[in-house]
Design a protein around this ligand. Structure first.
Ligand code: CP
Ligand code: NVA
Length: 319
């Protein structure tokens, strides 16, 4: 272990500094390499992660659970509908109780403040597994994937990322917000193209205002992808926004990631999507299955990067 993460929790990419991100990536590269060679080590032996889900999940749930198992620990799936939370027990009391049993808590929910409250009242690390506002673990795994695919050198300054341009096309949602945070932390260039009504939050933009960030907003997807190393997209209606789907479909058509849009980007541009995808909406089949696409590498890297995160947050002896 090359040093732990400074803060107790990982609720936002803004909780991390450059050194933390460097440590996560370095550890993830090592863990991935070891796993590919079949080397096992049980660095979290005897530790338990509780995973609270208020929304569905395939990748997050399975990668955290498998990752914990691979590190010698145990992961407990806690569906919110089966917890006393549903019957009105407070988040604070839930946090106080779970802290007595567990070594870490991962939570996926709606309100970002709920995760902050859980963390404020728990003595063990809390990891954000997606809120309406942010999806930090996703964008950490995605940035790691870019480094891997573009064969970028990893130094403590993360200087190679400053050469990268990511074009985010589509809904200004939780994933887009975490990209803004990543741009602030690493200096990568981010160009975001969304319909006017679905732009990223002003509050998130203000949060990074103090950094000299290269975040550009443009209504034109073609302009966004010009010179991009990566084109990134996500669903047009996130979890919890399903009832707006019909309305959204009317304005998002021009934001589809398809072959035509790719013709405005460099030939070696990567196409990324956090998944699950709505094929034929935000991304076409041929692009998602084409040679640009690294979507399943991203999905795989959730495992390696989250193992690193858990190790660097929960590996400390706190008891
Ligand atoms: N990308 C992602 O978080 O996927 P799940 O919703 O399947 O966890
Ligand atoms: N923006 C999507 C991401 C899913 C992983 C959602 O919140 O549903």
């Amino acid at each position: 272990i090359i040093g732990y993460i400074m803060r107790k929790d990982l609720i936002s990419i803004l909780d991390l500094d450059k050194t933390d991100i460097f440590r996560i990536f370095k550890t993830a590269f090592q863990l991935k390499e070891k796993q590919k060679k079949g080397v096992r080590h049980f660095l979290l032996e005897g530790k338990t992660l509780g995973m609270i889900f208020h929304k569905p999940s395939t990748r997050t749930r399975v990668s955290f659970e498998a990752g914990m198992y691979q590190l010698g620990g145990y992961a407990l799936f806690l569906s919110s509908s089966e917890l006393q939370l549903r019957r009105g027990e407070t988040i604070a009391d839930t946090a106080r109780t779970l802290s007595r049993y567990l070594d870490g808590i991962m939570i996926r929910t709606y309100e970002h403040q709920d995760v902050q409250e859980l963390a404020a009242h728990s003595s063990v690390p809390v990891i954000n597994g997606l809120t309406d506002r942010e999806h930090p673990c996703q964008v950490l795994a995605d940035t790691f994937t870019i480094m891997e695919k573009k064969k970028l050198a990893l130094d403590e300054e993360l200087s190679s990322l400053r050469e990268m341009k990511v074009a985010y096309v589509g809904d200004g949602n939780n994933v887009a917000h975490s990209w803004i945070h990543m741009a602030a932390r690493t200096g990568l260039t981010l160009s975001i193209s969304s319909p006017d009504e679905y732009r990223v939050s002003q509050e998130v933009l203000k949060e990074v205002g103090e950094f000299r960030v290269s975040v550009f907003l443009t209504p034109s997807p073609r302009e966004a992808v010009r010179g991009a190393d990566v084109i990134y997209t996500d669903v047009w209606a996130s979890m919890g926004k399903e009832e707006e789907k019909r309305e959204r479909l009317k304005v998002f058509g021009a934001y589809q990631v398809n072959r035509e849009l790719l013709s405005f980007a460099p030939k070696d541009c990567l196409v990324m999507h956090c998944l699950p995808a709505h094929r034929g909406e935000e991304i076409t089949n041929d692009v998602m299955d084409g040679e640009w696409s690294v979507v399943f590498d991203q999905a795989e890297n959730r495992l390696h990067v989250q193992k690193a995160i858990m190790l660097l947050l929960m590996g400390r002896d706190t008891r």
